[in-house]
Design a protein around this ligand. Structure first.
Ligand code: MTE
Ligand code: MO
Length: 325
């Protein structure tokens, strides 16, 4: 089912119906700037200046739907997906990132890819976004806490980037290092996690076509609270594996130490594949609440093995997924 769309094709953020005067002024100033910088051109220059938008509609990002990798379920509303977030750098309440992440500066932004590679590089976000054709992929996202959403992401398979840097024979794992800037992120002064937030995958998991290097959602650039300007989305794993606002990607010989695993190793394993048969020590993982379906009499949904992405099973043949949780 299609979510409700405005005539201009944008799903407007929740607060944009009424334009406060200050935002209106800023927008006018911004539009003037665009006019003066017409030579710089196009959506990418707009991206660079999106602070100026504050609460105004985000920038459109064209991408062709990849039906082979898209769930046909009802999508979560943009409002829910952009206001109910886990992004601890901006606070631990679900509603905090939407407000606090406004100050995240997503331009200029570079991503460094290094480690066990023949061709390490540091690449500007706008070049990174153009490294391969952008696709829209509607993925289920299952948080380890027991809720889920269905989100149309925009990006391309991470494998495109990994191939570019030519992994050496020693590369067995990949590590995603995310931004940890106390000047922009009020949460990193807290000790809930060890910063920066780091996640990782085995290299074959990272090379799986489902693993998405993500720059947008709902046909627009990622809202800051969803991990702008670039994150990964690994739909068969619990949501915390899908690291936001990545600044560094390292290819490694050994399994990296990851933020949630460091904080509670008995609760959050390195693999963290969605698995209804392996409970979290403090709660069942057999079912989930779909955000947006929260009526009092609403039944919970059954959680599916690998979140329903059964293709990935072959990555784990011969492995005990209870031990390697
Ligand atoms: N840097 C960073 N990435 C993060 C997190 C975080 O706190 N910091 N939270 C994770 C968790 S627990 C989930 S469920 C997803 C949520 O993504 P969403 O807010 O876009 O739905 O982001 C993951 N990526
Ligand atoms: Mo999560």
């Amino acid at each position: 089912m299609l979510i409700h769309r405005r005539p201009n094709g944008l799903d407007l953020p929740y607060s944009s119906e009424i334009t406060p005067q200050a935002v209106y002024e800023k927008r006018r100033e911004f539009i003037k700037k665009i006019a003066m910088n017409a030579t710089v051109g196009g959506a990418l220059w707009e991206l660079a200046n999106r602070e100026a938008f504050a609460q105004t509609p985000a920038i459109k990002l064209a991408a062709k739907r990849n039906p082979a990798y898209s769930a046909l379920e009802k999508q979560t509303s943009f409002k829910d997906a952009s206001t109910y977030n886990n992004y601890y750098e901006f606070g631990t309440d679900k509603s905090e990132p939407a407000n606090n992440a406004r100050t995240l500066k997503t331009r200029p932004w570079t991503v460094t890819i290094e480690g066990e590679v023949k061709k390490p590089m540091t690449i500007d976000i706008d070049a990174l976004a153009k490294l391969a054709p952008l696709e829209e992929r509607v993925y289920r996202l299952r948080c380890v806490e027991g809720w889920s959403m269905v989100i149309p992401w925009v990006g391309y398979s991470l494998s495109n980037l990994i191939k570019k840097v030519e992994p050496s024979g020693n590369a067995k794992f990949i590590e995603f290092v995310t931004l940890a800037d106390p000047k922009q992120m009020p949460g990193v002064t807290s000790r809930v996690l060890k910063w920066p937030y780091v996640e990782g995958l085995r290299l074959d998991e990272a090379m799986h076509p489902l693993t998405l290097l993500t720059v947008g959602m709902y046909g627009q650039v990622l809202p800051n609270q969803n991990g702008a300007p670039v994150r990964v989305v690994i739909p068969w794993k619990y949501g915390f594996k899908s690291a936001k606002s990545i600044v560094k990607i390292r290819l490694l010989k050994d399994m990296p130490k990851t933020a949630w695993n460091i904080s509670a190793p008995s609760e959050y394993g390195f693999y963290s594949n969605v698995n209804p048969e392996v409970d979290h020590p403090r709660w069942s993982q057999a079912s989930e609440r779909r955000i947006g379906e929260d009526g009092f009499f609403q039944k919970k949904r059954k959680t599916l093995m690998f979140n329903g992405y059964s293709d990935v099973a072959s990555l784990y043949t011969g492995m005990d997924l209870r031990k390697n949780f």
